[in-house]
Design a protein around this ligand. Structure first.
Ligand code: SF4
Ligand code: SF4
Length: 281
């Protein structure tokens, strides 16, 4: 089953500065103003049916209007479900506000663990506390970039989280349009398994030739409001659908075979957008 989904970069800026960030520090800045946020939400309100709006960044919670405008207006003015990708650095107070604001509407809460800024134990403790605030139907998952040569460290983090009942999801380190080299293949396999699917790990596979609904029932929106069929399409300067700040979107007429050799994000796969992959398989 497909879940129509938009990934919205609600803030380019981030309060962290991870050395392995895929977004360059030069690009990791800026955020939409209040009138632009309202324009985007009005556009999302006009989407047919019920979508999942996944807020990401930069850091979504670092937008000063995230809890005062973005989340409350998405809840009040659209019928859609909300998800968020965050570095989980917000205060306990702000996380409690978020949980209260999104009650009954939250689909997925993805928290990224960055060991350059937090310890695994502190993060795991905070995660377990936060999960206790959420409805049982909310999917809470911790993402972590597994750096080459640091596989054992990643396994220790996995164990700390799983000991507290928190789901852990490994991501490979992306560089440029590809994936970094992992010289110790056995160490990597110990982390991701032998044949992980898109729900087990983010390996940035190729789905070239498979029918994909990106641009029809899935799209991304960057911090400037520009809407693209998917991240890889944007990287190629293709698949621009319009701008959500002014409300002009032109979706593709139908799903089409993927023309690209890498699909770096698991969201399209896990929302059933790609034929034969994920929940529609
Ligand atoms: S938290 Fe995420 S967006 Fe922010 S610097 Fe780290 S990797 Fe980049
Ligand atoms: S399979 Fe991935 S890369 Fe290809 S069009 Fe779909 S979302 Fe984009």
């Amino acid at each position: 089953m497909r879940t129509p989904t938009v990934e919205w970069q609600v803030a380019g800026a981030c309060n962290y500065d991870c050395t392995y960030c895929i977004q360059s520090a030069r690009y990791r800045r800026g955020r939409p103003a209040a009138d632009q946020v309202r324009g985007a939400i009005q556009t999302f309100a006009g989407l047919p049916g019920t979508w999942e709006i996944k807020c990401s960044g930069g850091e979504a919670f670092a937008h000063p209007l995230f809890l005062d405008l973005i989340v409350p207006e998405l809840v009040a003015r659209t019928p859609h479900r909300l998800s968020v990708l965050t570095n989980f650095s917000s205060s306990h107070r702000d996380l409690m506000r978020f949980a209260a604001l999104t009650r009954g509407r939250l689909a997925v809460f993805s928290a990224s663990l960055h060991l350059e800024f937090v310890t695994a134990d502190d993060f795991a403790e905070k995660a377990a506390w936060f999960v206790s605030l959420l409805d049982p139907g909310v999917a809470f998952v911790v993402n972590q970039v597994v750096l080459p040569g640091r596989e054992a460290e990643a396994l220790r983090c996995r164990d700390a989280l799983e000991a507290r009942g928190v789901r852990w999801f490994p991501q490979l380190f992306k560089t440029g349009g590809g994936v970094a080299d992992y010289p110790d293949e056995a160490a990597l396999r110990a982390v991701i398994g032998d044949a992980p699917g898109p729900r087990e790990a983010n390996l940035a596979p190729s789905y070239q030739g498979r029918t994909c609904h990106a641009g029809v029932e899935y799209f991304t929106v960057d911090k400037d409001g520009e809407a693209w069929a998917c991240r890889t399409a944007k990287r190629h300067g293709e698949g621009r659908l319009g701008n959500v700040f002014d409300g002009h979107l032109a979706f593709f007429a139908a799903a089409a075979p993927c023309p690209y050799t890498i699909c770096p994000c698991t969201v399209p796969a896990n929302r059933g957008m790609i034929a034969g992959i994920g929940p529609a398989a």
